[in-house]
Design a protein around this ligand. Structure first.
Ligand code: 4AD
Ligand code: MG
Length: 446
């Protein structure tokens, strides 16, 4: 690859190693004396110099353009003092072969459009496959790869077992409104909203478990942080208390961040995107839902609910209000004890105050909710009652119900949206820049 640093450099007097490299033209600068190509191959950038003369007589703008793939041969040299090039070196080309020409004129690959513009401009979204060739998009995808690896490594160190639950299911987890229905032979199925219920079923045999799978939500609104298909990091812990769950979550996120920052290349890139990013201080702030309601109403002017009235107990805290509060407090918040009626059927009630659940959302500045979790109802009769209250047909959930029949346990878990976690870390305006090919209402291509 062109990133290989072990090659000997010449300096004009001493001859450098003769090498053969392949890649694509990332940037092109033609001067009278020489043509400069920045070659890219996914591992790095390399400056290549073609001295004007025999070598450059044969090409025109069609031979060399942004995106053209080629193989170059030549001597590797130190760049002269006072000049800059990636890794301080350049390839002095004496021979080349063009592998694939490129029209090179697309504004997506010529980096003419700003990254933020890319995410809202339909033309740019249609050209996402070309936008991904840009430095910024590529670096974000590399960061994502590192972060995903950090989760896997951290869970593995914590002795969690990785499982892979099905994507085609016949039960809902987070309400019927956002289900994608798919024909399934002669039956009907859904694309999963969350793997949680399946994770719960394997606690008895595998102990603490996790998965990183796609979740699907038919979100009928376009926001900065909602996707129709997203990567969901989910875990389930057996024989824990609500406090144990919160502490684990804090520990997980901090270890993942340390691990990502421990990689110098990733840390450097992250610093560019988000100069002030640092691992948050532990413990994270804990705030009860009812205190959040008071906080919103105490602002001057008060932050109103979705009906433009002051918040009352039982209101959903909408995305905008949540973000305003998180940005004002400007540190991670564990928002806990949401009212039972605005939360999912499976959430355990707080024994001290049965109006509320042992539930948590982790809120991060700039994004708001990145994690949702809770303790799970462990009592059989209570769960059967919860199905009734929420209009769920218990028949479809027999396998979930069985967990309470065959040796129940105090357990809990959570789901973390990987794209939201990345948007927070990398200071992205929207989750759309943190996934390869974002899916949201109205967009299912490329
Ligand atoms: O809060 P949610 O809906 O919780 C669950 O699905 C639980 N069953 C998870 C569990 O306990 N195992 O979703 C969890 C997280 C959210 O906090 C958010 O980060 C992300 O998933 N998320 C989305 N990310 C992008 N686009 C969407 N439409 C999302 N919906 C949820
Ligand atoms: Mg949630």
């Amino acid at each position: 690859g062109i990133a290989n640093k072990d090659v000997e450099l010449g300096d004009g007097k001493k001859k450098g190693a003769r090498v053969k490299v392949s890649g694509r033209i990332h940037r092109l600068r033609a001067q009278k004396q020489a043509t400069f190509i920045t070659l890219i191959d996914g591992y790095g950038h390399l400056q290549c110099v073609l001295q004007s003369g025999d070598l450059t007589k044969t090409y025109d703008a069609l031979t060399f353009a942004q995106g053209t793939s080629l193989t170059l041969y030549g001597e590797m040299r130190k760049v002269p003092d006072g000049q800059q090039a990636p890794d301080g070196r350049e390839l002095h080309v004496d021979y080349y072969e063009v592998i694939g020409a490129s029209p090179g004129d697309d504004e997506a690959i010529t980096n003419k459009v700003s990254v933020s513009q890319n995410q809202w401009d339909q033309g740019m979204l249609d050209n996402r496959h070309l936008v991904l060739r840009g430095d910024n998009a590529a670096s974000l995808m590399k960061l994502r790869s590192q972060v995903e690896w950090a989760f896997i490594k951290t869970y593995n160190d914590m002795k969690f077992v990785k499982v892979s639950p099905p994507a085609l299911v016949q039960t809902q987890v987070e309400g019927g409104a956002t289900l994608f229905k798919v024909p399934y032979y002669d039956e009907e199925a859904y694309l999963t909203q969350s793997s949680q219920l399946y994770l719960e079923t394997v606690l008895p045999s595998l102990g603490n478990v996790y998965c990183i799978e796609k979740s699907f939500r038919a979100e009928k609104s376009l926001t900065r942080r909602h996707l129709s298909e997203y990567s969901h990091v989910e875990a389930e812990l057996d024989f824990v208390t609500f406090d144990d769950l919160l502490e684990h979550l804090e520990e997980l996120m901090c270890r993942v961040i340390d691990s990502v920052l421990g990689d110098p290349e990733t840390a450097a890139f992250l610093k560019e995107l988000n100069p002030t990013f640092a691992r948050p201080q532990r413990p994270f702030m804990r705030m009860r839902y009812s205190d959040a309601i008071d906080w919103l109403n105490a602002q001057d002017p008060p932050i109103l609910n979705e009906e433009d009235k002051p918040h009352v107990f039982g209101d959903d805290i909408a995305e905008a209000a949540e973000r305003k509060m998180t940005d004002a407090i400007n540190r991670p918040i564990f928002l806990t004890h949401f009212p039972a009626e605005i939360k999912a059927f499976y959430m355990k009630k707080d024994p001290q105050d049965r109006r509320v659940t042992e539930s948590v959302d982790c809120l991060m500045p700039g994004v708001g909710e990145i994690v949702g979790g809770s303790m799970r109802m462990e009592d059989l009769d209570e769960l059967l009652q919860a199905y009734k209250t929420q209009g769920i047909d218990a028949k479809d959930y027999y396998w979930y119900t069985d967990q309470r029949k065959y040796g129940t346990s105090p357990h809990g878990g959570y789901g973390l949206g990987l794209e939201r976690f990345l948007a927070w870390m990398a200071n992205q305006h929207t989750v759309r820049t943190t996934c390869l090919y974002p899916r949201f209402m109205g967009r299912c291509k490329p």
